[in-house]
Design a protein around this ligand. Structure first.
Ligand code: F6P
Length: 324
């Protein structure tokens, strides 16, 4: 007979994302509502490996729903990629009497959780939280909406200078591997050009597009470029050299990772946290919660990191048409 779930763990891993705290709060309070105990592992998988943890009560998650970052802290943990690291983490799960672990993070976090399940047999539920939105099995991730809005408000400000000085601005947004953030921000910000890691581009054509935009009466342009699409300094330099127009570069960087989570990010986090606990209580072993067409669902944890999530190229085409 299966042992009932009594004590669960929660950990945030990988890059922080706004709304992670709202997810921790939801996991803790949903668990306590169901009579479970919760242990928070600190500093991502590093804390799991080194046994850094603290019990989390209902009041220990007070006043955090509106905070960016993660109160449990996070680390990009290299050791978790080694068999020794996984072994140590599994031992600590046993030592702490953990019957289920909720891991909050992105694809790297879920790769680690899958391996940890294989070694420890402890059920693992993933909650997708990353500003990159690059997790298969969910339409959107915790933090993505916040990052989109943060980058968007920066671009709206930059547009004032672009318009006043009749300049071209290259705005680099985060996304080392994927362009979900750049695409969303580019479409919402009315960018003239969007450069993504997923869509090959030719600098000649980019310069040509700038020239034809000017011929069509435009006096300034915004180019939104994902970090992973190439070297933004080079792009800005080439456009200046080839077109003769004034070009400036702004790298938005880590301001996109922090800050007050939007209502959307908080609500998603609250729903995901609750469903993660429900999945553990119903005896699930290895799932990731997600949202699809507005409904909360779950997928196999491996699916979330083994299968590549495709970008919506229709949105890309739309942005092109609307920027003409
Ligand atoms: O995965 C989120 C992300 O912000 C990426 O967009 C970015 O490339 C990367 O993290 C930066 O990582 P680090 O926090 O290790 O500097």
């Amino acid at each position: 007979m299966e042992m009932p779930v009594k004590r669960i763990g929660v950990v945030t891993a990988g890059g922080d994302a706004p709304g992670m705290n709202a997810a921790i709060r939801s996991v803790v309070r949903s668990a306590i509502h169901n009579g479970l105990e919760v242990i928070g592992f600190e500093r991502g998988y590093a804390g799991l490996i080194e046994g850094q943890s603290r019990p989390l009560g209902a009041r220990s998650v007070s006043g955090i729903i509106n905070l960016g970052g993660t109160i449990l802290k996070t680390v990009r943990c290299k050791e978790m990629k080694t068999p020794e690291g996984i072994e140590k983490a599994a031992e600590n799960l046993k030592k702490h009497g953990i019957d289920g672990l909720v891991t909050i993070g992105g694809d790297g976090t879920f790769t680690g959780a899958s391996k940890l399940y294989q070694v420890s047999g402890v059920p693992m539920i993933g909650i997708p939280a990353t500003i990159d939105n690059d997790v298969m099995g969910t339409d959107t991730t915790i933090g993505f909406d916040t990052a989109v809005n943060t980058a968007l408000s920066a671009i709206d400000k930059i547009r004032d200078t672009a318009t006043s000085h009749e300049r071209i601005f290259v705005v680099e947004v985060m996304g080392r591997k994927r362009g979900f953030l750049a695409l969303e921000v580019g479409l919402a910000g009315g960018a003239e050009i969007i450069l993504l890691p997923e869509v090959k581009f030719d600098m000649e054509k980019v310069c040509e597009k700038v020239r034809s935009a000017r011929e069509a009466g435009k006096t300034s342009e915004i180019i939104v470029m994902a970090e992973g699409a190439g070297d933004s300094r080079e792009v800005a330099k080439r456009i200046a050299e080839e077109t003769g127009y004034q070009v400036r570069l702004t790298v938005l960087g880590y301001i996109q990772r922090g800050g007050i989570p939007t209502a959307k990010s908080r609500i998603l986090a609250s729903q995901f946290g609750y469903h993660a606990v429900e999945l553990l209580l119903s005896g699930e072993k290895k799932r990731m919660v997600g949202i699809q067409n507005g409904k909360i669902h779950s997928v196999d944890l491996d699916y979330s990191w083994k299968v590549r999530k495709e970008l919506d190229l229709e949105k890309y085409q739309l942005a092109r048409i609307l920027s003409e």
